[in-house]
Design a binder for this molecule. Structure first.
Ligand code: MF3
Ligand code: CO
Length: 244
């Protein structure tokens, strides 16, 4: 999992460096697919069956721009422009083990409020990662994201959640970015591996899916940010597999 994690990291670094005005999300997709194949890995998203959509996802990346929350699809018609934010999410399978990570990248200079959205979302992920240690419970992670986001005046998306990960892309447990007493709250144990992925809205938390049945957008049209890391729970605390 460390190897698949580092591969995803390297791919996202390279894609983030490509992001600038005039680049299309299809350009990012093409570069990502080449990097994944060159590494002898398999894209984890392309062909992945998602029951809620009732079909297989057709790309190696999810590229979600501005008010798109997740599952935005790369397109040669989606030209990035100054002031946009673009979330790039990808997963790979390498030697049977999965990696999955996302970053949200500014296109040129972005507004101060969007800078704050990206900063708070990333901070909520870092704070949550610190909770991924034996003896804690799942809700320590969920509640940490929720608290940091809401205290800063933003809102947490409820319809999409993080997940266990290992020899499958999505394993138990679900990792919501909020505490919901109707979810299970297992104790965290050494050896568990979680994909923690806060999706944070500038405005209201509500989301809807576009007629393409993939792209999730904010209902109020305000922007949304997304960061994700895979974190192994070790006796020494959290080990982030998707960065060096
Ligand atoms: N955002 C999802 C995740 O990180 C992406 C996987 S769903 C797929 O788990 F359809 F894109 F494959
Ligand atoms: Co994920």
């Amino acid at each position: 999992m460390r190897k698949s994690g580092l591969l995803v990291y390297e791919i996202l670094q390279n894609l983030a460096a490509m992001v600038k005005e005039g680049v299309t999300t299809q350009d990012l997709e093409n570069a990502a697919e080449r990097m994944i194949r060159d590494a002898g890995a398999r894209p984890a998203f392309k062909g992945y069956y998602v029951p809620a959509a009732g079909k297989r996802y057709p790309y190696v990346l999810c590229t979600s721009v501005n008010d798109e929350i997740v599952h935005g699809m790369p397109s040669s018609r989606r030209v990035l422009k100054k002031g946009d934010i673009v979330s790039i999410d990808t997963g790979v399978e390498l030697n049977g083990y999965f990696g999955d990570s996302a970053v949200t990248v500014p296109v040129g200079e972005i507004s101060e409020s969007l800078q704050r959205l990206l900063r708070v979302t990333q901070e909520s992920l870092e704070l949550a990662i610190q909770q991924a240690r034996p003896g804690n419970r799942l809700f320590d992670i969920c509640g940490t994201v929720e608290r940091h986001v809401t205290q800063n005046g933003f809102s947490v998306v409820r319809e999409y959640v993080g997940h266990g990960i290992g020899t499958k892309l999505h394993e138990e447990p679900q990792v919501p970015n909020y505490v919901d007493r109707s979810h299970e709250n297992p104790r965290l144990k050494e050896g568990m591996v979680l994909a923690i992925e806060p999706m944070v809205n500038e405005g209201k938390p509500d989301s809807k899916v576009l007629p393409d049945r993939w792209t999730a957008v904010t209902v109020d049209g305000k922007c949304s940010a997304h960061f994700e890391h895979v974190v192994a729970i070790t006796a020494n605390g959290p080990w982030v597999l998707t960065r060096p």
